[in-house]
Design a protein around this ligand. Structure first.
Ligand SMILES: [Zn+2]
Length: 353
């Protein structure tokens, strides 16, 4: 008998709408995520403090933990603090750093995680990975997928625009990542998970083709859903392949070569995707990607995030070393610096016309 279906590791609850936060307590009890109401809630001392005031009355059984930063040590400290309580679940309420700390801490003490992101800066809000700073720089730690994701679009609208826009770059870069996956399949026979690639690609296409902007709730809805689906796509494939290709190698290279000057993940991935699409000869797709990124106020040229052309050439040359074993258009072309420079000048011309 053939296998007729497969189970997909995915959240039990996905609640994305304006006002979702007001119903957090009832969603957690109705879905049997928290019977007793005993929750460990990790928050930042910034945006989290304000939200704490607002929702604390609805969560009388919650203990609140302020998380300092996004380092492995912060996550270990959080795990140490919550392990003594009898909690049903850990709630991560805040930006990416808080969610990643909460993910790691929840996994360490064996509790489910409820992710309540307050911005849409990248696709990590529902992914099986926690990205944390460690002594070696930055590490990616495998963790279970969140059991619930609650995104209140009213809260997202309050976030600094830059942290919402960045998610657009990360979502759109899925299309480039899938193109890299397909390239590796053609050249090296790497296996493609069709479901994971379909979900990640559709998420990217939905954001790319949507006419709205971050001021509209219907656009924010699509963006938030795209980022959640991308996280699930990574759980299906068991790695970051559906959402991380040459665009992400370029992003990592910015972070590693210029740690003090690097822009945000989503900004660098969007720019990386527009350039990498050009590299692979998909000139029309590259121009359209750049046009959409620009419309949303995202960078498409390195100088827009404070880097010279020579620095960008250095970034692109170094990029393959950031992800050994991942085959993308960068490894495929194996370009020398002068070739990168020539193609970059063609790219810059093409997207300005
Ligand atoms: Zn990403």
């Amino acid at each position: 008998m053939p296998v007729l279906t497969r189970l997909i590791p995915s959240p039990v609850v996905v609640d994305i709408r304006p006002g979702a936060l007001d119903d957090l307590a009832s969603v957690l009890s109705d879905q049997r995520i928290s019977h007793s109401g005993k929750l460990a809630v990790a928050v930042s001392n910034g945006s989290g403090a304000k939200l704490r005031e607002r929702i604390a009355p609805a969560l009388p059984g919650a203990t609140w933990y302020e998380v300092g930063g996004g380092a492995l040590d912060d996550a270990i400290r959080l795990a140490g603090a919550i392990k003594a309580g009898h909690y049903d679940a850990v709630v991560g309420l805040g930006g990416g750093k808080i969610i990643d700390c909460a993910k790691f801490a929840a996994a360490r003490v064996g509790l489910p995680l409820v992710a309540v992101p307050t911005n849409l800066a990248h696709d990590g809000l529902c992914s099986p990975v926690a990205t944390l700073d460690n002594d070696a720089g930055r590490g990616s730690y495998g963790v279970p997928n969140p059991i619930a994701v609650v995104i209140d679009l009213d809260v997202i609208r309050e976030a600094p625009a830059r942290f919402v826009r960045a998610g657009i770059g990360d979502a759109i870069s899925n299309i480039n990542s899938i193109a890299d996956w397909e390239l590796s399949h053609r050249v090296n026979g790497e296996k493609i998970d069709g479901l994971a690639s379909a979900m990640a690609r559709q998420a990217g296409e939905a954001v790319l083709r949507h006419p709205g902007g971050i001021g509209d709730n219907d656009f924010l809805q699509v963006l938030a859903e795209a980022l959640v689906l991308t996280g699930v796509a990574m759980s299906i494939s068991g790695d970051s392949r559906p959402a991380s290709g040459s665009c992400h190698e370029i992003n990592h290279a910015f972070d590693l070569l210029f740690p003090k000057r690097a822009a945000s993940h989503g900004e660098q991935c969007g720019l990386g995707a527009a350039f990498a699409m050009y590299l692979r000869g998909a000139h029309e797709e590259s121009a359209y990607t750049a046009e959409v990124l620009r419309r949303h106020g995202l960078p498409v040229l390195p100088e827009e995030i404070g880097f010279t052309v020579d620095e960008f050439v250095q970034v692109v040359e170094f990029a393959p070393q950031t992800r050994p074993g991942r085959y993308t258009i960068l490894e495929h072309l194996d370009l020398k610096p002068n070739q990168i420079k020539d193609i970059y000048s063609d790219y810059a011309k093409a997207i300005s016309s």
